[in-house]
Design a protein around this ligand. Structure first.
Ligand code: GUN
Length: 297
């Protein structure tokens, strides 16, 4: 079997087009322009690339982008004052503080200072609790993107066996909550899981989110399973230089799986598309307007 390739780049473009349609509708019918504020502390090169790309796509869908760049030595009080200002600004519907923060800043404290209604990352403890209890939450972008691709490919996920490899707060745990919400039987595997190969072989859906290059071989995959690869790892390329690979060994997994997301071009582009979708959701909720169902969990 050769797997169907799930084209995250094309899917993300479709989501962004839907977002742009909603932005225009909000502007035309309600005089509201959704606004997304991104806060970057310090000069981490990877974070700078992400933030630039987020700002560009925010403007492309017609939203207002607010960028706040703070020096690496900013104090916690200064950062909290900026967050308070953004919480109180009616033009700002979504707030994202780029992680990781420099070591002298308490990430949990900073994230939990964001108004949960504007927490488009879905990292605030209120949103974590709302998601876990099946209430209306802001949902973390990467797992939301994975869920959208899985629903698009399968229709209903009800009754499917899902194995998530990785237990992070950003991907593994919220992914488990979302798949439970869609009535999957969910297992979270991690670095201490015994017989990982056997556990993964049960899965109709495998979500790999561990941050270890190509650690899942095709031999672990049940024939016909859907493989969602969240990993983005830079490795040396055989012909010199470097290249990006996922957490699964793509070539061997694609021989066995029914469907698979590539790296790059799979989950990655969906994350920013879902950030924009979450900003629409936050904006609609702030104004008491119906939220677009296709863009939410
Ligand atoms: N750093 C890397 N990915 C993310 C993300 O999704 N959100 C935030 N806030 N920081 C990140």
């Amino acid at each position: 079997m050769t797997a169907t390739v799930i084209d995250g780049k094309a899917f993300a473009a479709k989501v962004r087009a839907q977002v742009a349609t909603h932005v225009e509708r909000l502007r035309h019918d309600h005089g509201v322009t959704p606004g997304l504020a991104v806060v970057l502390v310090g000069e981490d090169p990877a974070s700078q690339v992400y933030v630039r790309s987020k700002g560009k796509m925010t403007v492309e869908v017609g939203m207002t982008s607010f960028e706040h760049k703070l020096a690496a030595h900013v104090t916690e009080a200064e950062l909290l004052a900026l967050i308070a200002q953004l919480n109180n600004d009616p033009a700002v519907h979504g707030i994202l503080v780029q992680l990781p923060l420099p070591g002298h800043l308490d990430s949990d404290l900073v994230i939990n200072a964001i108004d949960p209604a504007k927490d488009v990352d879905g990292f605030h403890i209120s949103n974590v609790g709302l998601l876990a209890t099946g209430q209306k939450a802001m949902v973390p972008c990467t797992p939301l993107g994975c869920l959208m691709m899985l629903r698009d490919h399968h229709g209903s996920l009800s009754g499917m066996e899902a194995v998530i490899i990785g237990r992070s707060n950003i991907v593994g745990k919220p992914m488990a909550q979302l798949l439970l919400g869609d009535s999957c039987t969910v297992t979270i595997a991690h670095s201490r899981t015994r017989n990982l190969a056997e556990v993964v072989r049960r899965a109709d859906i495998v979500v790999a989110a561990v941050g270890r290059a190509q650690m899942v071989p095709g031999g672990w995959i049940k024939p016909g399973a859907t493989v969602i690869d969240v990993g983005i790892n830079r490795v040396d390329a055989p012909q010199g230089g470097t290249r990006l690979v996922g957490d699964v060994d793509y070539d061997s997994c694609a021989q066995v799986a029914g469907a698979i997301t590539p790296v790059p071009g799979g989950v990655g582009p969906m994350t920013i598309a879902c950030l924009l979708a979450n900003t629409i959701t936050a904006c609609c909720r702030a104004h008491g307007l119906p939220e677009p169902e296709a863009l939410t969990a």
